[in-house]
Design a protein around this ligand. Sequence first.
Ligand code: GTP
Ligand code: MG
Length: 297
Amino acid sequence: MKSGTVAVIGKANAGKSTLVNVMVGEKVAIVSPKPQTTRDRILGILNEEGAQIVFADTPGIYKAKNALTDVMMRTAEACAKDVDLILYVHDGHKGVDGSDLSLMRRYLSFGIPMIVAYTKTDIMPEERIPEDAKALFEAGISCDVVPVSARKGKNIRKLKALIADALPEGEPLFPEDVVSDKSARFMAGEIVREKILLKYEKEIPHGVAVLVNTFQKRDGQELYDVDVDIVCEKPNHKAILIGRQGGALKETLAFARKELEKFLGCKVFLTAFVKVKEDWRDRADLVRRFGYGEEDR
Ligand SMILES: Nc1nc2c(ncn2[C@@H]2O[C@H](COP(=O)(O)OP(=O)(O)OP(=O)(O)O)[C@@H](O)[C@H]2O)c(=O)[nH]1
Ligand SMILES: [Mg+2]
């Protein structure tokens, strides 16, 4: 059978995590309209007839500005060098510019087979797709370019088949019932962070880390106790996160609790405390302590 690892690489906000979730058929990575949503390497495992594809979703390429983005870029870079295939995800609706071409050329130069997933085709004029494909070809991007829409599920089956085809023969790397390398505890923190990304504006969600203190099923009950620290960078961010009379935080937690209950398949009692660690993203020691840049959390 075919079996191998695929690094899912591309600019921040390109649609990598959405595509991985759609291909795996389950939500293994959080998604938001804001760049820099994914901070860790997250494996999403797809078992198909005759193939196991291990997708490694990665933090989007973004100019490193602080210790956190620095660690995120190193995570993506290390991942792209140690796989059987690179799936370069390009946001088609944004067009193709010089920076896209040089990134694609750079990953092609790693000497690892590569496929370009040209995504978000549902929100762009269809006639632009062949024009861009031609531009990529003329610029020396010599690999397969597959137009897809993760949102509409367009060409996903074709993309999966092309990926499986390009992988080596081998035994499965994971048992068939495993969909991710991340724990439910990790996902609980990520789901809270996703709701924060969706609810708050500007720098606030980017400066938030969610640390899971408690993740425990109550004895003899269909109920999980989940307690998190929401760490932000500045006292005024804390005030905004909490809101007037705690209203904003209450809404965020209700939103997160609903999804957690769906994810865990039982009731969840979710509590959170908002803390400030001044400019933690600039401090390598805190970035590490909050679990970023390590394989397991
Ligand atoms: N219309 C449309 N929107 C999409 C599609 N795929 C992703 N999006 C949207 O694009 C935004 C970014 O998606 P993500 O999957 O979080 O992108 P990402 O590349 O993982 O982003 P980072 O983790 O920040 O690097 C979200 O608002 C998605 O809903 C698509 O096929 N069509
Ligand atoms: Mg992502």
